[in-house]
Ligand binder design. Sequence first.
Ligand code: UD1
Length: 426
Amino acid sequence: MAEEVIIARETPVLKGTVRVAGAKNSALKLIAAAILGQGETTLRNVPLISDIDIMSEVLERLGARVVRNGHELLVDTSQVDSFETPYELVTKMRASISVLGPLVGRFGQARVAMPGGCQIGARNIDMHLVGMEELGVEFSVDHGNLVATTPKGLHGGNILLDFPSVGATENTMMAACVAEGTTTIDNAAREPEIEDLANMLNAMGAKVQGAGTSTITIEGVLLESMHPCVHTTVGDRIEAGTYLTGGALLGGPVTVEGINPTFLRMALTKLEAFGCTVETGEDSITVSRTQPLRATDIQTLPYPGFPTDLQAQFMLLAALAKGSSIVTENVFENRFMFAAEIARMGADINIEEHHAVVTGVERLQGAPVESTDLRAGAALVLAGLAAEGETIVRHIEHIDRGYEDYVGKLASLGADIERAALESLN
Ligand code: UD1
C-alpha cells in the first residue's frame, strides 16, 4: 500500500471550534476492564483511532466479540475462554499489557507475550508485577511469555508504588477488584483516566474508592458479582491540549469542546505564561494570543503536573518564543525525538540528558520530517502550519494511533493541510 503523508502548509491563523474525542488512554483500559464484566459492555465516546482497533483485536483473540458502531463499542466478553495475548499484538502496542490485571482477576492466570527486550525486573513493567505479586500473583517467563498464576488465589494487599505509574496503578486496581479482602495502592497515579476506569469498575459492581488521589482502596468482591455496564469515556485532555497548542501558535481563538478544563490545569497555566489568553467553560476551553510568545520553562511530571504527552507540542511553542526556555522531561527517558526533527525546520534546541534548552527563533522553515511517535508527529504537523512553505510529515501511522481525523479537524480550523500518497508527490 502506498505510504500516506500529511502535507502541512503555512497557515496564517487557526480559529474555530473542535470537539475532542474520548480519551485514548482511558478507552484502551476500559476495553480491557470489560473482561471482568463477563457479558455485553457498551462503551460510548470511544475514539476512532488505530490503537483502539488493536485493543479490540487483543480482546477478540481472547474470545470476545467486539462490535463498533461509530463511537460506540460493544464488547461482549461472555465467551472469553483464552487468557493468552500473542506477541504480534503486544509488540504493536504496549498498552496491551493492561489485559494482564483483568485476566488474572477472571481466570486466576494469564499469559502475555513480553515486548522485545523486556524481561522480568525490566524497568518498564516492574511495578505492574510488584503490585500484582502483593495480591498473590506469581510470575515466570516461558518462551518469551510472561506467565501469571495465582496458586493460593488472589488476596488483598498493601502496595506502595515506587513511582505513580499509570499502567501499574490500573493493572493492580483491576486485579484487586476481585481479590479476597481489601487492597490499598499508595503513591497511585492520579490521572483523570484512572478515575474514569474506577468509575466504570464501580458501575460493574467493584468497590473502588479514592481513584484520582494518591491512595486507592479496593474492597474485593466476588468475580460472579461483577457484571457488564454502559460507560461513557472521558474526553481526551491530550487531544484537547494539542488543538489548544495550535491556537496558541497561530493566534486563535480556538475552542475545544468535550473536555473538563480542570484536567488541563497545568497546561493552561503554561499557555498563559507563554502569553495566551485562556477562557474556560464547564466542558470547553478557548485559547487566543495577540502578543508574541514568551519563553516559558516546562517540566513534565505525573498528573496533576505537566503531561509528558504534551511535551513536544509545548516545545514547539518554546521554539518560536522570545528568549530561552528549558524543557525538562521527568517521566520518560529518551523522549526528545521531536527536537531532532524540529531542528531540521530551523529550531534551536540543545539537549543535555533530560533537559532541552530551547532558544526561540523568528521563523521555522518547511521541510520533510518524520513523525517518530504519536505526540511528536502531531506537533510536527502543527510546526508545518506555522513554518514558511510546505512540510511533508512521514510515518503518520503514529498520528493515526491516537488522533481521530487529525487532518479533518485541523482543516475545519482553517489549516492548509491534506493527506496524500507519497508516490503521488514524486
Ligand atoms: C501512560 C500513557 C502514556 C503517558 C504515560 C505517562 C497509556 C496507554 N499510555 O503510559 O500516554 O505518557 O502514562 O503519563 O495510558 N515505569 C517503570 N516500571 C513500570 C511502569 C512504568 O519503570 O512498571 C516507568 C516507565 O518506563 C516510564 C514511567 O515509569 O518512564 C511512566 O510510566 P507509566 O506511568 O506506567 O506510563 P504508561 O502507563 O506506560
